[in-house]
Design a protein around this ligand. Structure first.
Ligand code: DGL
Length: 269
């Protein structure tokens, strides 16, 4: 099984992209909605919560866990890779995040001016800058933390003028830096993809992060038969959350874009 971990609902946008690209695999999704949002927490707390989520998914039989959450990927991935999968005895499982494939795409596009929006924890981690600089020299990165967007999107305030105003105000600074590309560096922002594109204007390429990460997952599986061969391929999907399965189902479906049949409660930590 491919495990997909997120702080809550947003990772369902990524799961949806994985299923579009790779429908044959079995997926198990865990959203830690009891403790979301992660974006304003410290690195230590984000790492601990993510550790618990990753262990839960491995215990349930996942061989590959993807941190769909930008906040978890930027703050916890390296530590958890060191802890959970390094060592000679561990060859049949791995943990991946979303920052590296997105940064790789940014480098491939060879932009000189790059805009990035994300949670406070993602922006403050500096991990996007580090990863982009592995493939690109001499670029300017303008980053903006947008802490109000996650709650607004979760409340369904997507088409409200208030949300557009807040989005415009967040993007103002990034737009002023005249970027060639913009990275929506948070799971939730793909829900506002059209609005972000409208505000940034036709000259700015707003990355479709779900598609980028899904294509990178396909490449990874092609290069790692030791993991790929262990993954179930019966098109099964299982959903776990850490609070109110009813609410998870209701809000989750708007992120997932499909029905969610059954959600079970996971106990972490
Ligand atoms: N999933 C988070 C991310 O992609 C957004 C929500 C949160 O802050 O927990 O950064």
């Amino acid at each position: 099984m491919i495990g997909v971990f997120d702080s809550g609902f947003g990772g369902l946008t990524k799961l949806s992209a994985f299923i579009d690209e790779l429908p044959e695999y079995d997926y198990i999704y865990l959203g830690d909605n009891a403790r979301a949002p992660y974006g304003d927490h410290s690195k230590g707390i984000i790492t601990e919560y993510t550790r618990q989520g990753v262990r839960f998914l491995f215990d349930k039989g996942a061989n590959l866990v993807i941190l769909a959450c930008n906040t978890a990927s930027s703050n916890a991935l390296r530590t958890l890779q060191e802890e959970e999968i390094r060592g000679p005895q561990v060859k049949d499982r791995n943990i991946l995040g979303v920052i590296f494939p997105i940064a790789e795409e940014v480098a491939r596009l060879k932009a000189k001016r790059i805009g990035l929006i994300g949670t406070r924890a993602t922006v403050e981690s500096g991990v996007y800058r580090e990863e982009i600089s592995k493939g690109l020299k001499d670029f300017e990165l303008t980053q903006k933390a947008c802490p109000l967007l996650v709650p607004l999107i979760e409340q369904g305030w997507v088409n409200r003028p208030e949300t557009m105003e807040i989005l415009e105000s967040y993007l103002e600074e990034v737009k002023a830096a005249n970027p060639e590309i913009l990275v929506p560096g948070c799971t939730h922002y793909s829900i506002l993809q059209d609005e972000i594109e409208e505000i940034m204007g036709p000259e700015v390429k707003v990355l479709e992060t779900g598609k980028i990460v899904a294509r990178s997952l396909r490449d990874y599986l092609g290069r790692h038969p030791e993991i790929e061969s262990r993954l179930g391929k019966n098109g099964r999907r299982k959903f776990y959350c850490t609070d109110s399965p009813e609410e998870f189902k209701k809000i989750g479906e708007t992120f997932f874009g499909h029905g969610i049949e059954q959600v079970e409660l996971a106990k972490l930590g």
